[in-house]
Design a protein around this ligand. Structure first.
Ligand code: HEC
Length: 229
């Protein structure tokens, strides 16, 4: 009798202690957020490869305004993001929602997950986790402001011949690229190029790889002239 009471007391002491050790530390979570920051901004409305995670806590999955690339699986999951669901998602996304489109394997460490969830609870909220969102934000990629490109990056003409692009920039230089090394992209954000003024990025002038960023996909075929000299 006495022995089993001792057991129960010990067990309950353990149970009372364990939530304390499992409680997340939002400041550590802000550090851990570094692995998410490349794909998830914390400013509301700023979407990168993944949706903004501002005020994600308490929200229904797949409902962040302005993000149009959700998988069907996530949108139809009927999950609401809370401590339990966020923990399961971060542990192993595919186990919680099969066929989701988040390219992330998961975090096995339970304490690291608890820290992250504690951080996400207030992420992007007014008066939320002081100092911490800035920590997370630090590693969010800053896309270049393409409306202020220097002359050597302003694309004036693009000629295509055989397997090559020849890009004329505003300084008058003509830069040749093997077609496989030149990416044609669009950036519709406020940072993107002005209409009709594509910008060459990514390459130092000697790099053999570069991107040309257009304001709109319709400009791409308008700009590229197929002609050999
Ligand atoms: C390589 C990019 C990438 C990384 C890294 C990444 N995510 Fe995601 N995340 C996505 C994409 C894309 C989606 C949308 C998935 C879908 O629609 O199936 C998503 C969805 C989510 C959602 C659901 C959002 C909603 O609106 O319902 C949460 C929550 C989330 N991620 C949290 C995280 C956290 C926390 C980390 C870091 C531990 C992380 N993600 C790492 C790309 C990423």
């Amino acid at each position: 009798m006495t022995r089993s009471w001792q057991h129960i007391l010990l067990a309950s002491a353990f149970l009372m202690a364990s939530p304390v050790s499992a409680a997340g530390d939002p400041e550590k979570g802000a550090q851990a957020y570094g692995v998410c920051a490349g794909c998830h901004a914390l400013e509301p409305g700023r979407h990168l490869s993944g949706p903004s995670l501002a005020r994600i806590y308490g929200r229904k999955a797949g409902t962040v305004e302005g993000f149009v690339r959700y998988s069907k699986a996530l949108k139809q999951s009927k999950i609401v993001w809370d401590e339990k669901t966020l923990d399961a998602w971060i542990k192993k996304p595919d186990a919680l929602i099969p066929e989701n489109l988040m390219p992330f394997p998961g975090i096995p460490d339970a304490q690291a997950r608890a820290d992250l969830v504690a951080f996400l609870k207030n992420a992007g909220a007014k008066g939320g986790t002081a100092g911490a969102p800035a920590e997370g934000k630090r590693q969010t990629p800053d896309l270049p402001h393409l409306k202020q490109a220097p002359a050597e990056n302003q694309v004036k003409a693009i000629r295509y011949c055989r397997d090559s692009y020849f890009v004329t920039v505003a300084t008058g230089k003509v830069l040749p690229y093997w077609e496989f090394n030149l990416r044609l992209k669009t950036d519709s954000s406020a940072n993107g190029p002005a209409k009709g003024k594509p910008v060459l990025t990514g390459a130092g002038m000697r790099g053999d790889r570069a991107s040309i960023v257009f304001a709109n996909p319709a400009e791409i075929s308008r700009f590229v002239q197929q002609r050999c000299e």
